[in-house]
Design a protein around this ligand. Sequence first.
Ligand code: IPD
Ligand code: CA
Ligand code: CA
Length: 264
Amino acid sequence: MEAARVAGDLIRRYIGRPEQTLIKSSPHDLVTEVDKACQDVIMDILSQMYPESAFLGEEAVAPGSVAATLAAQEADRRFLWVVDPIDGTLNFIRGLPACTVSIGLVVLGEPVVGVIYDPLRDEMFAGITGQGAALNGAPMRVSDVDDLSSALLASGLPTGDYRGKNAEQIRRFGYQVRNVRAFGSAAMHLAYVAAGRLDGFWENDLNAWDLLAGAVLVKAAGGEITDALGAPYTLETRHVAATNGRIHSELLRDLDVDHPLQSS
Ligand code: IPD
Ligand code: CA
Ligand code: CA
């Protein structure tokens, strides 16, 4: 939480006015000097506190499940911190107040801690596997909406090949559910599912750093998270579905994954 707050200070200070914006894997995928500065400060703080730490940070590796697998193997006997220094970089660049810091901890292959910090609302979402989750220190739980037609869902448009598939799913759910939001930060969506503000979230082709902390939060707050085919969430999951649990099977059914949407 301390590391997330320090990175959050940088986000608050520079939102809407980064000096350098670069294109990464596609024209939809951007990075700034502030993303890198946030990642550096998080890694500095955590490695000083826990010298045995290993890191899987967005700005240090190429996207994809390979990075997650390698990091998990390398970190076999150590703390593995999975870090998205700014989730919602495009919002950050454009001055839209929907950016979060996402930090998850994996120990011996198991996700155990999740922290998502929204510096613009000063909201700290934190959870520990098996021990519950809290928003600014107050216990939080998933919602109790139990039918898809009453659900408020969220999704996004991923930066790579699955954009079209995701857009088609958003169009379809648009007719079917109460409404669909797309705030532009997967970590924020997951934190909001955990807090009961949203009933479910899905998106294709995400990376470990988008998901790990949020996955811990959703489960610790009583929700459910799987891949788009219903297999249990792991560090390598890319196509994700996260809900309050009550609408999970309905959401999976209507994602309509009858095409080669594999989990990695
Ligand atoms: C992005 C955000 C966005 C999602 C994209 C991600 P970034 O992460 O989570 O909501 O739709 O797929 O890449 O690049 O801002 O860290
Ligand atoms: Ca991200
Ligand atoms: Ca990011």
